[in-house]
Ligand binder design. Structure first.
Ligand SMILES: [Zn+2]
Length: 173
């Protein structure tokens, strides 16, 4: 069995990275992070060779988004992209998640583990955990959610109640 494992990192380090991106784009205190505009306008500015593409549903029937760090490419499925523009929480999260893969999982940041099973890999080395954590920290960081209720985090940041709960629970980590 071949698995991808990422270099170890922590929620704290991922938060610092997400907040660096918020700072350099002037969005540090912005409650509602404009993730589609960030993908379209900021990412090509920040990463020289970066490209994104919007793929028809038939071209990617089983995935909402795919990131190819070695090709400097993020592919987002058309319906996900359109719903993210409309502010649908799950689709906003998908785009933030793929941006997380792109930034965290460049070649050299990822390695193959051929003999390990999924259970042997600590959570902080798992690419999916890292990308989800990045998405949560980009969309709903502590400086924006402090003092808010679950419902307020969800509505002001445009994230699901589930993501709101994770962010509030881990705010002081
Ligand atoms: Zn993923």
């Amino acid at each position: 069995m071949t698995l991808y494992i990422a270099k170890p990192t922590s929620r704290k380090k991922i938060r610092d990275l997400a907040n660096t991106l918020r700072r350099i784009t002037g969005l540090y205190d912005e409650a509602y992070f404009p993730v589609v505009e960030f993908l379209e306008l900021a990412m090509p500015e920040l990463f020289k060779e970066f490209e994104y593409e919007i793929v028809p549903i038939c071209g990617m029937p089983n995935e909402y988004g795919i990131t190819y760090p070695e090709k400097n490419l993020i592919s987002i499925r058309e319906d996900v992209y359109e719903r993210a523009i409309d502010g649908v929480e799950r689709d906003r999260f998908t785009i933030a998640h793929e941006i997380g893969h792109f930034i965290l999982h460049k070649p050299g940041m990822i390695e193959l583990a051929r003999t390990q099973t999924v259970q042997d890999i600590p959570i902080y080395k798992k690419p999916e955990w890292q990308a989800n954590t990045f998405a949560g920290e980009l969309l709903a960081p502590p400086q924006v959610i402090r003092g808010l209720s679950l419902e307020e985090v969800s509505s002001s940041c445009g994230v699901s109640l589930q993501v709101s709960e994770i962010q509030l629970k881990n705010m002081n980590k």
